[in-house]
Design a protein around this ligand. Structure first.
Ligand SMILES: [Zn+2]
Length: 399
């Protein structure tokens, strides 16, 4: 993913997005796709042998080693598909290496490939209207597909790149990567800070708070359920554990999508040209909370919310900047001195400010990085923070 979390990168982005097309394959077409997936997996397994033997996962080198032997062994697969299989195996080994799955002094493990997915590229598929034309072992198959309105918009605006055909619960899907050019830069000026929090999912420097109540409640339920299953320890319990953790992940993802959409809408409506968020790389160390709280919202959930905000903001033409989170929750966003934070309330003894603590944090996030312009409608009250913070438009809740 083209993704830079550094301050310096305010270049324009081509973001990569994946759309999932559900294929309406006839029984015959489904058989043909299964046959292709089976031979593709055979090709991958054959290429794995070369990778293991030569400790090689560089795509070009692996291609030189494996291409002709595999073409000879599986002539029906065709030249492009063999290239795709090499590509797939090389990527799988690179991922394994990145995850420290390959030790220097031990043999390279053989990766197993199931006949459930096939890589495609521009030479092995094409799209015309609602019909996908796919390479199969006996000629092209023209398979109609369906997708949602949102995905269709992406499909019409993006440039199709590589893709993967997969089967899930008996249904074929075509997961297609698109290059999406970013929207024209927004005419907004000023920055909106976004704090992703512990008590609340998120708060903006414009004063809006997105509560975490619903998510926290359901996560507590999942947690209790998980504990019971872990204590049980049987195979059936382990299987059930996998099912509910997948369900939980999908639920969090759904909430994160909704909240991030609302956050970006808030930024656009307040006339921001930029969204600022904390760089949460070290958040684990920063959360000083009991185990009960820490297990509620994992780091990946925060990170996912930030990632969703980032790509949606860029899609709306907003700049996205990550800032150092140091002192963002302790500093008074009005006078810049250190204040006291008690649960949802931030209070400053120096200037008497009382603010929702997450909103105070978000206002500091909006203020920490270098200014990009005077915020629209922002009254200059403090030279230190004058440049950045969009005015609080919404009455803070809680107070
Ligand atoms: Zn103050």
């Amino acid at each position: 993913m083209l993704h830079c979390r550094l301050d310096c990168c305010k270049v324009s982005y081509m973001s990569m997005r994946t759309v999932s097309l559900k294929l309406l394959a006839t029984p015959d077409q489904s058989v043909a796709l299964s046959a292709l997936a089976s031979v593709f997996a055979d090709a991958c397994s054959a290429i794995v042998q070369h990778a293991v033997e030569h400790r090689c996962w560089n795509r070009v080198a692996l291609h030189h080693l494996a291409y002709y032997p595999v073409r000879e062994r599986l002539p029906s697969l065709g030249s492009q598909m063999v290239c795709q299989a090499v590509h797939r195996v090389a990527d799988a080994y690179k991922t394994l290496k990145a995850n420290k799955g390959i030790a220097k002094d031990k043999p390279v493990p053989a990766i197993n490939f199931n006949p459930t997915s096939v890589n495609f590229d521009k030479r092995t598929y094409s799209i015309k209207g609602d019909v996908l034309s796919l390479f199969t072992l006996d000629g092209r198959a023209k398979v109609p597909f369906v997708c949602g309105r949102y995905q269709r918009n992406l499909l019409s605006s993006g440039i199709p790149k590589e893709a993967r055909l997969i089967i899930r619960k008996g249904i074929w899907y075509f997961n297609l990567v698109l290059n999406i050019p970013d929207a024209a830069p927004s005419s907004g000026s000023g920055s909106m800070g976004v704090d992703v929090g512990e008590n609340n999912l998120s708060a903006s420097s414009t004063g809006k708070v997105w509560g975490g109540g619903q998510l926290r409640h359901s996560r507590d339920e999942y947690l209790a359920h998980r504990r019971r299953l872990q204590a049980n320890g049987s195979r059936a319990a382990k299987r059930k554990l996998r099912t509910i953790s997948g369900r939980e992940r999908r639920h969090v993802k759904h909430v994160n999508h909704e909240v991030s959409r609302s956050i970006v809408a808030e930024a656009v409506n307040s006339g921001a040209g930029e969204v600022r968020m904390e760089d949460l790389t070290n958040i684990r160390a920063n959360i000083k909370a009991g185990k009960r709280v820490r297990t509620r919202l994992h780091r990946w959930a925060f990170r996912q919310l930030q990632d969703f905000v980032a790509y949606k903001a860029r899609g709306a033409g907003l700049a996205v900047t990550f800032v150092d989170p140091a002192y963002t929750s302790k500093t008074c966003s009005v006078c810049g001195t250190i204040g006291a934070r008690v649960k949802h309330l931030f209070s400053c003894a120096t200037c008497g400010t009382r603010l929702h603590s997450d909103v105070n944090g978000a206002r500091n996030i909006a203020g920490f990085a270098k200014p990009i312009g005077i915020a629209r409608g922002c009254k200059v009250t403090s030279p230190k923070f004058a440049h950045q913070v969009l005015p609080v438009a919404v009455e803070s809740p809680v107070l």
